[in-house]
Write a protein that binds this ligand. Structure first.
Ligand SMILES: CC(=O)/C=C/C=C(C)/C=C/C1=C(C)CCCC1(C)C
Ligand SMILES: CC(/C=C/C=O)=C\C=C\C=O
Ligand code: FE2
Length: 461
């Protein structure tokens, strides 16, 4: 195993004093590290010291607007004051509990949906070093929780809730300044669709316009709605827009069947025999156009599995085909039979050298039913349309994260790292062979860790 550190972020602390949070996404961020060195594994974990977390600890209550939790107001005037602060972003959380990325300049940043929740951390000590302050004046309060990060750039989307649309922006390593590549205006609907993630190809950025849309009114509410800060607008339809990375021009904007996704897996350019790009293929973990998955992630629901009820809604690998010949419609199909992976599908990773390129393999969490949460690790072969599944009774694995073997030439030559929560509350780190998907090693942790979301690999220089 190459020397380096696997970092995993995620909501990990779901209560303050005796007040329990409502939703998986409300938890205060817990960072986990698995440091691989000379055949040994050193593990550690630490809370991210966001303003929101520190204020909650100090005041013994929620002080910022989280995913579904809002501060409890003493009186009406306090509520009005908080609403006023909402517009400047001051009352929004900076609880960076979603992902962690290593920028081209070496900085390691934890992220969430709010721009202020971009926090720089030390990958060794897991200490919170401070906020990544964007030095541009692009404004806005939110962004995609999953920027596309390579050694050369950081690309993200800034949804515009006032004039529904998205800015596509790029930041160079060593700077804090995002520059606009271009803008996409929404084709429809009262607000932009939620952009938790988006895909890119070698030359294009794909901007999704989901019928699950941000909702400013829901942002103001004290009590959550079934779709929290979002709203389902099937009448507004669904679109995918394709922007040229070099020029910012929109080369395609197609209507597609209604869809719901948190996570795009990858995208690439499809060429004809003469090497002309004819279409863009974009894959995602697609929840059968059913937004109720968001509410299924309530903690009460996640903690109440009795071993029998099959409560996890079906999901699949949704494959979009976006024609580049000016046709108005794109296609959405299942990339493989969803039963191959138990009709559960989320938390995906690929070999990063395949980003934006034609690829064959993806790793994700699937389902062995009955279950109420994805409970398998699955290796997807998108050419053979087959999946190979790893499962252990009662265990919940986190995102399988692929790390290529240095010098590898095969796409799946590497290891897959996941942290497993066992039925009895204990946990272990699991390494699977990226090619055979057989277990290489497991390391028992001295204590159980909370479920977590997304990771990254920081190689040792
Ligand atoms: C863990 C995870 O995926 C977190 C998700 C957090 C979300 C979707 C946060 C949403 C938001 C706020 C906390 C305040 C501002 C609005 C919005 C971006 C919806
Ligand atoms: C854990 C999850 C969905 C599971 C459903 O199958 C979604 C997480 C999203 C945020 O990063
Ligand atoms: Fe995510």
């Amino acid at each position: 195993m190459q020397k380096g550190t696997y970092l995993r972020n995620g909501p990990g602390l779901w209560h303050i004093e005796d007040y329990n949070f409502r939703h998986l996404f409300d938890g205060y961020a817990t960072l986990v590290k698995l440091q691989f060195e000379n055949g040994r594994l050193i593990a550690g974990h630490r809370q991210i010291e966001s303003e929101a977390y520190k204020a909650a600890r100090k005041n013994k209550k929620v002080c910022f607007r989280e995913f579904s939790e809002v501060p409890k107001y003493e009186n009406f005037m306090a509520y009005v004051g908080d609403i006023a602060k909402l517009f400047s972003g001051a009352s929004l959380t900076d609880n960076a509990n979603t992902g962690v990325v290593k920028l081209g300049d070496g900085r390691v940043v934890c992220l969430t949906e709010t721009q202020k929740g971009s926090l720089v951390i030390d990958p060794n000590s897991l200490e919170t070093l401070g906020r990544l302050e964007y030095s541009d004046s692009l404004g806005g309060l939110i962004h995609s929780a999953h920027p596309i990060v390579t050694d050369a750039e950081f690309l993200t989307l800034l949804p515009d809730l006032v004039n529904p649309g998205y800015l596509v922006v790029r930041m160079e390593p060593g700077t804090n300044e995002r520059k606009v590549i271009g803008r996409v205006n929404c084709r429809n609907g009262p607000a932009p669709g939620w952009v938790h993630s988006f895909p890119v190809t070698e030359h294009y950025v794909v901007v999704p316009e989901m019928p699950l849309r941000y909702c400013a009114q829901n942002l103001l509410r004290a009590e959550p709605t079934p779709l929290y800060k979002f709203e389902w607008h099937p009448e507004s339809k669904a679109f995918l827009h394709v922007m040229c990375k070099a020029s910012g021009k929109i080369v395609a904007s197609v209507e597609v069947p209604l869809f719901v996704t948190f996570h795009f897996i990858n995208a690439y350019e499809e060429e004809d025999e003469d090497g002309r790009v004819t279409a863009i293929i974009a894959d995602c973990c697609e929840h059968n156009a059913d937004a109720t998955i968001l509410d299924q992630l309530r903690l009460q629901n996640l903690r109440s599995f009795n071993g029998n009820d099959d409560l996890l809604p079906d999901a699949r690998v949704g494959r979009f085909t976006i024609p580049l010949d000016g046709s108005p419609y794109g296609k959405l199909e299942s990339a493989l039979e969803p039963d191959e992976h138990g009709r559960g599908m989320d938390m995906c990773s690929i070999n990063p050298t395949k980003l934006g390129k034609k690829y064959r393999y993806a790793y994700a969490c699937g389902a062995q039913r009955p279950c109420h949460f994805p409970n398998t690790l699955t290796k997807l072969d998108l050419v053979k349309k087959k999946a190979k599944n790893w499962h252990e009774a009662g265990a919940v694995p986190s995102e399988p994260f692929f790390v290529a073997r240095p010098g590898a030439t095969e796409e799946d030559d590497g290891v897959v790292i996941s942290l497993i929560s066992e039925k009895n509350g204990n946990g272990y780190a699991l390494l699977l062979d990226g090619s055979t998907f057989e277990e290489i090693a497991r390391a028992k942790l001295p204590y159980g860790l909370p479920y977590g979301l997304h990771g990254c690999w920081v190689p040792k220089e």
